[in-house]
Design a protein around this ligand. Structure first.
Ligand code: CA
Length: 222
């Protein structure tokens, strides 16, 4: 899951990025409205966190133009404005939620999770042979035993399991699991895949995560 923060106060955006990355989200930052709109329109994001007062273009204007382009990515406003009129204005512009500054990170995180919660009918639990991954509990089990993964390992496994049966290209894996400032040395994926295979006890017999030479990886039933 990848989140775009559009916020001109570096202190706030840096703090949010760090906190959200610790929760295994990939996070990018834009510091003005125009840059934020361009990045949001790339369609690479699962959620937008928008400041209201921004240089270049306000968060409201950004969201209005974004919605005009038929983009449905959920958006949460981070705002010091909290009068009823302004809140309604924000929601009318297409916001899904808003949170008043100053806020506690825990509260923001809960609101983020609500927006990213699997829609009804969408699975929260994925299976791959004896492995299950539950996004709500943030838990990976194999044969009933919990497997402890780092945040990045979890995000990588989730991406592969969501795409079970399909080849995941290295560039897509990088784009989904790491942020855009990540060095495009995709060799790091191999390191993480090896760590995952080891922790999950995969081997030639239990070859649930397979290498597709020159392309990427595939999670598949065997
Ligand atoms: Ca601001």
């Amino acid at each position: 899951m990848r989140i775009l923060i559009v916020e001109d106060e570096i202190g706030i955006s840096g703090f949010l990025k760090q906190g959200l990355e610790e929760e295994s989200y990939a996070v990018d930052i834009a510091s003005n409205g125009r840059e934020g709109l361009d990045m949001a329109l790339s369609g690479d994001y699962d959620l937008l966190l928008l400041d209201w007062m921004l240089p270049g273009m306000s968060g409201i204007e950004l969201l209005r133009q974004f919605r005009k382009s038929d983009m449905e990515t959920p958006a949460i406003f981070l705002t010091a404005k909290d009068t009823l009129d302004e809140t309604i204005f924000g929601l009318q512009a297409g916001a899904n939620d808003y949170i008043k500054k100053p806020f506690h990170f825990e509260e923001l995180l809960e609101r983020v999770k609500v927006q990213l919660r699997p829609k009804s009918g969408e699975h929260a639990e994925f299976t791959l042979g004896p492995i299950t991954l539950n996004t709500r509990k943030h838990q990976v089990m194999k044969n009933g035993k919990e497997i402890k993964l780092t945040q990045k390992e979890f995000a990588l496994l989730e991406f592969l399991m969501r795409n079970k049966g399909n080849v995941c290209r290295r560039t897509r894996i990088i784009e989904s699991v790491w942020d855009i400032h990540f060095e495009y040395n995709t060799g790091v994926i191999d390191v993480y895949i090896n760590a995952l295979r080891k922790k999950l006890g995969l081997n030639e017999k239990e070859n649930y995560i397979q290498t597709v030479r020159g392309v990427g990886y595939i999670a598949r039933e065997i």
